[in-house]
Write a new protein. Structure first.
Length: 439
């Protein structure tokens, strides 16, 4: 397997986020409820299904973590794997952002992989044909472009990109790819249409108001309510048109063959009918709590469980790890250390400081004058600042470093670089971390 030319920066840890514990994932997949929608969409109907998914783009390692976790849990339970692609979404497939330079010279640029202007504004990848990519002027993306050329026969640009990126990721990880399905096909299932699509057409008031009520219960997800204007209801679906922008649906003119569900409806369908467990990233984990309330109140359906998998893997970009903090954190570290000696390793003084603070609080509670104790605390901290001046000076210098190189530090701490930019060692380290955590 080939990969990027960089070497893994061993000073940066790989951070993974798996929720809940793996035994709860396995417990969810002990259940199996066959459904007609699975057979109609070509999904195995004879075993539990674990689903996940993402837009058809060259995704970052946080998304790769979902793919790895899906593989791991399927290996240990015998579940089938299905990857849902939201091909109704509008995504930038013409370019990929890459870092160039190193250290204090670090910067970013975009690399063209499709001809400029290939994707008209507002047109989702489901509504465009597959395209011949152009040769990138960055060797790190050459393998991705070759995979895209290998899937130029696909019926849409979304299918081309989804097939190429998933296959490339799986080849580099040494795992079999999951079955891929597409949001634009979900309503072609008669079972899905009968239970969801028809319900929206027959009683839009119930569908839309229950959606808005559920969204209001979770403002942290930042899901806007659907519009209601007299008898016009904004449905949670998009009308798709070949070669043209998607359009919102405010009447009953949509049908099962030109319509795709929006995000919450898509995940609701997947969790209600198509899978026993759905693996989200951090964003989906938050907004799908809305979906749970919505489906329960609207259709009286309790959705199957969801899990969360995400990760942060950093490119080695020449920024020293101890200094790779933003300006706000650098200020906090310095000023906090002036009052908390333990932050520079002076635990004895920290204990003295904590005891004096406790005495001050006790004196105040008893109505006594705490000033003598406070003056003693001031002297202890002044002595700390003299004795640990060198350590505090290092923290103070990090403020200027963060101020001068704020953009470079931001890029060094960026977790959203596309996975093809990473070498095989990095990707396999991520795979091993997730394997160990789940087993």
């Amino acid at each position: 397997m080939s990969g990027g030319a960089s070497t893994m920066n061993t000073t940066r840890s790989i951070e993974i986020d798996l929720r809940p514990d793996a035994h709860e994932w396995k417990a969810a997949l002990q259940n199996h409820t066959p459904h007609a929608a699975r057979a109609q969409l070509g999904i195995p109907n004879d075993r539990p299904i674990v689903m996940s998914g993402h837009q058809p783009i060259a995704f970052h390692n946080g998304i790769l973590a979902k793919l790895i976790a899906q593989h791991e849990i399927a290996q240990s339970t015998g579940a089938g794997r299905v990857w849902i692609v939201p091909d109704q979404d509008i995504v930038d497939l013409e370019t990929i952002r890459v870092p160039i330079g190193s250290g204090t010279d670090l910067r970013t640029r975009t690399v063209q992989i499709l001809e400029p202007g290939s994707i008209p504004p507002g047109v989702p990848a489901a509504s465009l044909p597959a395209m011949d990519p152009i040769d990138p002027d960055d060797d790190r993306l050459a393998e991705l472009v070759e995979y895209l050329r290998g899937y130029a026969y696909e019926s849409s640009l979304a299918r081309q990109f989804a097939s190429a990126t998933i296959q490339l990721a799986c080849d580099r990880l040494g795992i079999d790819p999951p079955q891929i399905i597409y949001a634009s096909d979900l309503f072609t299932s008669e079972a899905v249409w009968d239970q969801v699509g028809s319900a929206m057409r027959l009683d839009p008031d119930d569908a839309v108001r229950s959606y808005n009520d559920a969204a209001a219960k979770h403002p942290e997800a930042k899901i806007r309510p659907l519009d209601i204007n007299n008898d016009d209801y904004e449905r949670p679906v998009w009308k798709l048109r070949d070669g043209y922008a998607r359009i919102p649906v405010n009447d009953a003119s949509f049908d099962q063959f030109n319509t795709a569900p929006r995000a919450l409806l898509m995940s609701g369908i997947c969790r209600a009918f198509l899978s026993e467990l759905f693996i989200h990233g951090s964003g989906g984990w938050t907004y799908d709590q809305i979906t749970e309330h919505w489906f329960q109140n609207w259709l009286n359906i309790t959705l199957n469980p969801m899990a969360r998998a995400s990760a942060s893997v950093y490119l080695p970009l020449g920024i020293d790890d101890p200094n790779a903090i933003d300006l706000k954190e650098a200020h906090w570290r310095f000023h906090h250390a002036r009052h908390h000696p333990a932050l520079v390793g002076d635990d004895d003084t920290q204990r003295t400081r904590d005891e004096l603070v406790s005495q001050i609080n006790t004196a105040r509670a008893a109505g006594d004058n705490p000033d003598p104790i406070y003056q003693q605390l001031v002297r202890v901290l002044e002595d700390h600042r003299v004795r640990n001046a060198n350590e505090l000076s290092v923290l103070e210098s990090q403020i200027e470093h963060a101020r001068t190189h704020a953009k470079q530090i931001e890029l060094a701490n960026d977790r959203t670089w596309a996975f093809p930019l990473f070498d095989d060692e990095s990707l396999h380290m991520l795979k091993d971390r997730i394997h160990n955590a789940m087993n």
